[in-house]
Design a binder for this molecule. Structure first.
Ligand SMILES: [Zn+2]
Length: 485
């Protein structure tokens, strides 16, 4: 399979949007949004596989696309789930686990992140100019927002538990033993004793240290380890709408199924103080039998030996360190794949087999750049400039040289948008400059804006673009109007 033969069927969601980031549009139009935060969480048990890296790189590419599409600053927040189990064992028929957070010290967690995740994140930041921050689950569960929201769910614990654990009906609240850090995996013997405005008092049992109590309050009271679905419910509710940031959860496609239970719990709790974050589900990576490429496959492989591994799955899909090339090649192939699947919502809202993925990634980035075949690129613009482009008076558009802007070529089509209006153009020439002043040494002032002097334009441009953005460089696109198809 090559890029040119990639065809994707229409689907319900792909049919409803022109671009994957359009799923954010209702919230952006509706609210006074200043920034968009893309949140991606990963369990840090063992080395990541391609599916994990794809979700993470797509978070950056989505953030880049949303920034350029909506003209709003975006960032990526990576939550390193250090509550994933590092050790497990069974005693008297009960399963116990100890999390990475209780097995490794903070320096070891940092080293683990630096080895498996940060090289990709740094490469994605360099490529997209989207900043990122890393938060561990240990830090997240320690915040008053998270703990406060958890305490509010306790008022309706039965209803929440019936959604999050439909069989047992009890939500898994793991409160590790304060002495050894071990906790019952399913928290069978953890009980809520008291709940008042100050917090919740629990009792739990350690196989070695016996009964203990944990008094969970917004400001402290011990480690709070929630099972995956419960953690997502609390995390989604802990975002406050008051910060004028639109929060977007970027999740692997299998979460589309899992969120049914998360949404049931949200409904049981009642919508609280504002809209929940938006979710974007990324393509699932499937093995030859249609099962998800998963870390459990890795573990089974490690235990049963290589004979059980699906022979059609190349080793590097499960372990990126096996990639037959440099780290730069890998990032290039990964982001090239990400850009390809984002180029059309039909390529994004679907799944890929490992075989298809291997073919797509080994072709690296699309080598041919066929401008006519590419969809026009939407570019939002202020009304006053939009009107000048639409009337044909403004023929040069000025932008900061983000990576996404640098990928625009002569012949590409740009569709300028302003609210519900749009104006289709073609790029006829591209100029590159170090500063806006330097740009006016070459570009005609009246082509950029026929209604203002050079000094007035520089003042307006500097008001929009602070020095750190101008420092990225300046691009100009000479454009001509073309008729929509
Ligand atoms: Zn203990």
């Amino acid at each position: 399979m090559t890029v040119s033969t990639l065809s994707s069927p229409n689907t319900v969601l792909a049919n409803a949007v022109e671009d994957a980031v359009d799923v954010l549009r209702p919230r952006i139009v509706d609210c006074d949004i200043e920034s968009i935060g893309f949140s991606v969480g990963t369990q840090i048990n063992g080395h990541p596989h391609l599916g994990t890296h794809l979700v993470q790189s797509l978070a950056f590419l989505l953030a880049e696309r949303a920034r350029d599409e909506f003209g709003i600053d975006t960032s990526v927040d990576f939550c390193a789930l250090d509550n994933s189990p590092a050790q497990t064992f069974r005693v008297d028929g009960r399963r116990y686990q100890r999390a990475y957070a209780h097995t490794l010290n903070a320096d070891e967690i940092t080293a683990l992140l630096a080895r498996h995740y940060l090289p990709l994140f740094d490469a994605c930041r360099a490529r997209t100019n989207v900043p990122y921050a890393v938060t561990t689950y240990t830090q997240q569960q320690d915040t008053p927002a998270f703990r406060g929201e958890f305490l509010r769910t306790l008022e309706l614990l039965d209803a929440v538990g019936s959604w999050l654990s439909p069989n047992s009906g009890s939500a898994h609240i793991r409160l590790p033993c304060p002495v050894c850090g071990w906790a019952e995996k399913h928290a069978d013997r953890t009980r809520l004793l008291e709940l008042d405005e100050a917090g919740g008092l629990f009792e739990a049992f350690c196989f070695e240290h016996g009964r203990y109590e944990a008094d969970i309050t917004p400001l402290g009271g011990g480690y709070l380890d929630l099972a995956t679905l419960y953690r997502n419910v609390v995390k989604e509710r802990s975002y406050r709408p008051g910060d004028r940031t639109l929060h977007v959860m970027v999740k692997g496609g299998d979460w589309a199924f899992g969120c049914q239970l998360v949404d049931g719990a949200h409904a049981a709790l009642g919508l609280s103080c504002g809209p929940l974050p938006v979710r974007i589900f990324t393509p699932q990576i499937l093995g030859s039998d249609g099962g998800k490429l998963s870390k459990s496959l890795l573990r089974e492989t490690a235990e049963a030996g290589p004979a059980t591994r699906d022979e059609t799955t190349p080793a590097w899909l499960l372990d990126p360190s096996e990639w037959p090339g440099t780290q730069e090649d890998y990032v290039e192939a990964l982001t090239g794949l990400g850009e390809l699947v984002l180029s059309d919502p039909r390529h994004f809202f679907r799944s890929y087999t490992t075989t298809a993925l291997e073919a797509l990634m080994s072709t690296r980035r699309p080598a041919t750049h066929d401008s006519r075949a590419m969809r026009p690129r939407n570019m939002p613009i202020y009304r006053q400039y939009f009107d000048l482009i639409a009337s044909g008076e403004k023929t040069v558009e000025v932008r900061v040289a983000y990576e996404s802007m640098k990928r625009i070529r002569v012949g590409d089509r740009i569709n300028f948008t302003c609210r519900e209006s749009s104006c289709l153009t073609r790029v006829t020439r591209i100029g590159k400059y170090r500063t806006f002043e330097e740009m006016f040494g070459t570009e005609r002032v009246e082509s950029v804006n026929p209604r203002a002097t050079e000094a007035e334009q520089l003042e307006a441009i500097h008001a929009i673009f602070p020095p750190h953005k101008e420092g990225l460089g300046v691009l100009t696109f000479e454009i001509e109007r073309v008729d929509p198809e």
